[in-house]
Design a protein around this ligand. Structure first.
Ligand code: TZP
Ligand code: MG
Length: 212
C-alpha cells in the first residue's frame, strides 16, 4: 500500500459485536467523519462465523471500496485472501509472521507487538506496520495485556526504527494527540467510534486531534 504511514492515521477497527447500530451504518458514518483505514475484526461474544461472517466482510469491503478506504482483515488470512482484502493484521498468537507473509504475498501486513524482541522479529519477517498497545486500559479485548502507555513506541523511535506504528487500546479524541506525540503515525480505535452516539462526530473529533 502506498503512503501507508498516512493511511493508518485514523484506523478504525470493528466487527458486529462492537456495534450498537447496524455495522454497515456505523462504518458509513465513520467514513463520513474521516477515518483513513478500516479493519474488519469479527471477534468476541456473538461474533459471526462461516457464511454470515463472509457476507458481512464483503458488504463492509464494498463500502470501503466505494470510499477509497483500505480494508484490512484481522486474523483470518483465508478470508482476507478469498475476498482480496488490502491487508491482514495478526497478533503474536496467530502464527509466525514469516508464514503469513508467504501466504499473502505483497498484501499489507500489520503485526501487534509488545516488546522490542517481538518488534525486531516481526520487522525481519516482513511486517509493514506495527500495532502497539494497549496504550490505555480497555474493556474491548478480553485477553488484552495490561496497559503500558507509550513506552514501547518511544523506545522504537529512539532506536531509529521508522516503521509505521499505530497505537491501540483505550484511545479517544481526548488522549489521541499524546499517542501521536510519542511517535505513532496513527491511532486505532474501536469503541470510541463504534459505541459513540454519533460515530461520524467521534471520528471527526479524533481526526482533528491527530492533525489533519
Ligand atoms: N488490541 C489491543 S487493545 C484492543 C485490541 C484489539 C482493543 C481496543 O479497543 P478500544 O475500544 O479502542 O479500547
Ligand atoms: Mg489476532
Amino acid at each position: 500500500m502506498n503512503n501507508l504511514r498516512e493511511l493508518i492515521r485514523v484506523y478504525f477497527i470493528m466487527g458486529s459485536p462492537n456495534c450498537y447500530k447496524e455495522p454497515k451504518a456505523v462504518l458509513k458514518e465513520a467514513i463520513a467523519g474521516g477515518i483513513t483505514l478500516f479493519q474488519f475484526r469479527e471477534k468476541g461474544d456473538g461474533a459471526l462465523s462461516g457464511a454470515e461472517k463472509l457476507t458481512l466482510a464483503k458488504e463492509l469491503q464494498v463500502i470501503c471500496k466505494e470510499n477509497h478506504i483500505p480494508f484490512i482483515v484481522n486474523d483470518d488470512i483465508e478470508l482476507a485472501v478469498a475476498i482480496g482484502a488490502d491487508g491482514v493484521h495478526i497478533g503474536q498468537e496467530d502464527g509466525p509472521v514469516k508464514t503469513v507473509r508467504e501466504r499473502i504475498g505483497d498484501m499489507t501486513l500489520g503485526v501487534s507487538v509488545h516488546s522490542m524482541e517481538e518488534a525486531i522479529i516481526a520487522l525481519q519477517n516482513g511486517a509493514d506496520y506495527f500495532g502497539i498497545g494497549p496504550i490505555f486500559p480497555t474493556k474491548t479485548k478480553e485477553d488484552a495485556k495490561p496497559s503500558k502507555g507509550t513506552s514501547l513506541i518511544e523506545t522504537l523511535r529512539k532506536n531509529g526504527y521508522t516503521i509505521p506504528i499505530v497505537g491501540i487500546g483505550g484511545i479517544t479524541s481526548e488522549n489521541a494527540a499524546s499517542v501521536m506525540e510519542a511517535g505513532a503515525d496513527g491511532v486505532s480505535v474501536i469503541t470510541a467510534i463504534s459505541h459513540a452516539e454519533s460515530p461520524r462526530e467521534a471520528a471527526k473529533a479524533i481526526r482533528k486531534n491527530v492533525g489533519e
